[in-house]
Design a protein around this ligand. Structure first.
Ligand code: SF4
Ligand code: SF4
Length: 228
């Protein structure tokens, strides 16, 4: 039995703390054989809910790219810090109700791929996939979640919990955004050819570019060019 009262309290609290969106994924979506990432069930046995929350990134951080990379990077990290605070308060709220909660690192930390698997560069949990399962958006060719209000210009985090929250539906949303077929702008603009028309992403190429060529500043061109 899910707990609609706690579910609503968590959602209200997140919005009150200035999250722009929040959704709850049923962790069983990670058992889909088409999902090729790491599974949150391996982190929290007894997992019952994956909470995804995010904030939109101000457009002013993208528009000057590729100049303004320092400001862009700093703005992203401000979003990361904001999400950490919101997620921490939600984790405390859940634990006060007698459940357990832990926070999945926001996508892209200050330390780049520090939280990811060293060989595959895959995160311990795909927050974007959880967001897709929770109906917050679908994927672009740039491998980012395309959200309703902000397109790919978002920062997200997630919480894993054994609290029985009400899961959101994704309404059988297509996995890839329908606009991508007639666009492909992110493929053309990537300076290192990390995005392939067959839907694959070269994580190592992207990481090498940002953390070697750019010295840790973020690129963001495949986000900025996206018309969604
Ligand atoms: S730039 Fe175009 S192809 Fe790439 S994610 Fe955005 S809409 Fe899709
Ligand atoms: S962030 Fe830059 S290097 Fe990485 S995939 Fe996007 S355009 Fe390519």
């Amino acid at each position: 039995m899910s707990d609609p009262v706690l579910t609503k309290a968590i959602k209200d609290a997140a919005i009150e703390m200035n999250a722009d969106f929040i959704g709850i994924a049923d962790p069983s979506c990670f058992l889909n054989p088409d999902y090729l990432g790491n599974r949150p069930q391996e982190i929290m046995p007894g997992l019952r809910s994956v909470i995804v929350l995010g904030v939109g990134i101000p457009r002013g951080a993208f528009e000057p790219l590729p100049k303004g990379r320092a400001e862009y990077t700093n703005t992203l990290m401000a979003a990361t810090a904001t999400l950490r605070v919101i997620a921490f308060q939600i984790a405390r709220m859940i634990e006060k109700q007698g459940y357990r909660a832990t926070i999945v690192p926001p996508e892209g930390s200050e330390f780049g791929y520090w939280y990811a698997d060293r060989e595959t560069l895959k995160a311990s949990v795909s927050i974007k996939y959880a967001g897709y399962c929770a109906g917050l958006g679908n994927f672009g060719m740039n491998h980012l979640l395309i959200t309703e209000g902000f397109g790919p210009r978002v920062r997200m985090t997630a919480l894993l919990t054994d609290a029985p929250l009400e899961a959101d539906e994704n309404g059988s949303m297509p996995f890839i955004h329908e606009h991508c077929r007639s666009c492909l702008k992110c493929i053309d603009i990537c300076p290192v050819g990390a995005i392939s028309p067959d839907g694959k992403i070269g994580r190592h190429k992207c990481a090498e570019y940002m953390f070697n060529a750019l010295g840790g500043l973020r690129c963001g061109l495949c986000i900025n060019v996206c018309p969604l």
